[in-house]
Design a protein. Structure first.
Length: 184
């Protein structure tokens, strides 16, 4: 299962529409996709005291549990003042340093201009690496102009398809190799 982490509290939003398109692309390949909406499920600030020993049922423990069994992730964020959202930052700050270990992470950002969205994706690459993950090479940077009536353009859908293909290729190449019977 791939988990899309939505760092936008706005509904509707172009970031949400982009992550929905990612989910549709994954499902078309037969891959399970779950959307984790931080604005609904994990909106309040995490308490720093919960980092080392989050109590059972705490927001930090629930967030970590939701992500523990995922095969990969897609981080979706609006761009605010040249960076990714505080909502996403708050959630990422409360993950352990191996939260994305050995798993692919797709990046999707929506900003006022294509350069701003690309910068947010670049910043997230560093965070993904710090959490042990592998940010796939194709990032999806969008602007409001890339959406018509809440639907992504064909160009955006093509970039999403490329990003998803890279995630699935990574997963395919990193699966443990089966050892034929009688050979160990």
């Amino acid at each position: 299962m791939i988990v899309g982490i939505l760092g936008s509290a706005a509904a509707p939003s172009s970031t949400r529409a982009g992550l929905t398109a990612v989910g549709n692309q994954l499902r078309s390949y037969g891959v399970e996709f779950a959307l984790l909406d931080l604005g609904v499920e994990f909106r309040r600030p995490h308490h720093p005291a919960e980092y080392r020993d989050p109590g059972q049922g705490s927001q930090t423990a629930l967030l970590r549990d939701r992500l523990a069994t995922a095969s990969g992730f897609v981080l979706g964020t609006p761009v605010y003042h040249g960076s990714y959202s505080g909502l996403l930052k708050n959630a990422l700050d409360h993950l352990l340093s191996d939260a994305f270990a050995g798993r692919p992470v797709g990046l999707l950002a929506n900003g006022g201009g294509p350069r701003g969205a690309a910068v947010a994706c670049d910043q997230l690459c560093t965070v993904v690496r710090a959490l042990g993950g592998w940010a796939v090479p194709t990032h999806v940077s969008t602007t409001t102009a890339d959406f018509t009536h809440g639907q992504p353009s064909q160009d955006v859908l093509g970039r999403i398809e490329t990003m998803v293909d890279q995630m699935l290729l990574f997963l395919d190449r990193t699966r443990p190799l089966a050892v034929p019977a009688g050979r160990a």
